[in-house]
Design a protein around this ligand. Structure first.
Ligand code: ARG
Length: 459
């Protein structure tokens, strides 16, 4: 079987080299984009009188039947035809005869592959956003049930101040909501049609690029043909957004793993999202969370791979760029799967409210509030800091929490202390009085939740 580009060749491609340079093994997943792109191109060729209308109709009909057959799993692709673009063109000509050979008029595989890849990555951005919206909804649900579930907040992984599980969940909501914004933003620049750029210097045919963009529901056309076929920054933007999102997932996973240890014991993962050990009968491992954390490295690798492929490439198309797809596909597959697993894991996990509350009572999480109590009674903050520091040391030596001290003991360090100090340093007071926008007071978190629901509703 001769190559579609075989005219100027006398010899045939080495068999191993043919497999080496073919991309059908991974670009066949763009078949839908390739065919819808070709249908739009054919419609335009007919409408502009570049090919006879009846030929355009025949081509469109042929392409539709190929699409249906691929959907039904009836088509086998061949490495001989290198990539999805030439495989489909070959199938078309086999089906409708010589008319099929007119489809590639005024077009190159270079603008074709850029179009297919943009359409595909636009779909990936949409599908990723969908998953992120679901995850954000779950975080909001958990937050809503826990605006007064007191827990510890940490810095340096040392107990710092009390907060609530609602406040904590809404922190992750913010991170994932920004991820949504990044994918939506990246989609805007992806959603631009390169077709019409030809191989690199456009075409002499009177094509109508706006018509093709309209049919493909793309928001505009590229403004320079050399750029259109030679940059892959839209895929890099997806990869960068995916890397940031994986970083957020990985941090959440790290906390899930910690919280579900026997030492913390504040979170119990459901059996549906845990695994056992082949030797230790007692084990219930947070494998899903660990795997998401691990896959973060893989997505960073995908970003680094494509950045490195693209660096130093002269304009315009170079075959190096065939290496763009596997990284982007792998990152999209990985991220979407991780988002789905995270959503399920969180939905089914059980937070141990008593343990969360008890943990917050240890480690002097109310020390800042004790210092603030003395400040409100006229002491300078730095002095109050020192007084409470001494109190903490005393507590450690006597195995007590701050609120377990007697007023007499406290007055040894700060004679100005009154009975009202106990109320001031109760964990509930600590949380409730952090009543500023962004703070953990239940009313503030409820307001945040209200805004979050509105933001998600607008997407
Ligand atoms: N399979 C190629 C790719 O993925 C399609 C474009 C090939 N163009 C070319 N002139 N070799 O990049």
């Amino acid at each position: 079987m001769s190559k579609l580009w075989g005219g100027r060749f006398e010899g045939s491609t080495d068999e191993f080299a043919e497999g080496f340079q073919s991309s059908i093994g991974f670009d066949s997943r763009m078949y839908r984009e390739d065919i819808t792109g070709s249908i739009a191109h054919a419609h335009m060729l007919g409408a502009q009188g570049i090919i006879p209308q009846e030929d355009a109709d025949k081509i469109v009909e042929g392409l539709r039947s190929i699409l249906a057959d691929i959907d039904a799993g009836k088509v086998e692709f061949s490495v001989h035809d290198e990539d999805i673009h030439m495989n489909i063109e070959r199938l078309l000509t086999e089906r409708i005869g010589d008319t099929g050979k007119k489809l590639h008029t005024g077009r190159s595989r270079n603008d074709q592959v850029a179009t297919d890849f943009r359409l595909y990555m636009k779909r990936m951005a949409d599908e990723t956003t969908e998953r992120l919206i679901a995850l954000c909804g779950t975080l909001v649900d958990i937050a809503e049930e826990n605006t007064d579930t007191i827990m510890t907040a940490y810095t340096h992984l040392q107990k710092a101040q009390p907060t609530t599980l609602g406040h904590y969940m809404m922190a992750y909501f913010e991170m994932f909501y920004r991820d949504i914004q990044r994918f939506l933003d990246c989609k805007k620049r992806t959603d631009v049609l390169p077709l019409g750029a030809g191989a690199l210097c456009a075409t002499t045919y009177p094509i109508d690029r706006e018509m093709v963009a309209g049919e493909l529901h793309m928001s505009g056309i590229t403004r320079n043909s050399l750029d259109a076929v030679s940059d892959r920054d839209f895929a890099l933007e997806y990869l960068a957004a995916a890397s940031i999102c994986m970083m957020h997932l990985s941090r959440l996973c790290e906390e899930i793993i910690l919280f579900s240890t026997n030492e913390y014991g504040t979170l119990r993962l459901s059996d549906a999202y845990s695994t056992g050990s082949s030797i230790m009968p007692q084990k219930k491992n947070p494998d899903m969370a660990e795997l998401i954390r691990g896959k973060t490295g893989r997505v960073y690798g995908d970003l680094a791979a494509l950045l490195t492929v693209m660096k130093g490439l002269p304009l315009a198309y170079n075959k190096d760029m065939q290496e763009d797809k596997e990284s982007a596909f792998d990152a999209a597959d990985t991220l979407k799967a991780c988002l789905r697993v995270m959503d399920g894991m969180l939905k089914t996990a059980e937070w141990k409210k008593d343990k969360l509350r008890a943990g917050a009572g240890l480690g002097f999480t109310n020390a800042t509030d004790a210092a603030d109590y003395f400040v409100k009674n006229g002491m300078a903050f730095r002095d109050a800091h020192a007084v409470v520091g001494h109190l903490v040391l005393y507590c450690e030596q006597h195995g007590k929490a701050l609120d377990e001290l007697t007023l007499k003991e406290i007055r040894q360090f700060a004679p100005e202390a009154g009975e009202d100090i106990f109320r001031a340093i109760s964990l509930e007071t600590c949380v409730n009085t952090r009543n500023v926008p962004g703070g953990p007071a239940p009313g503030m978190v409820q307001e945040h939740i209200r805004q979050a629901k509105m933001l998600l509703g607008e997407l």
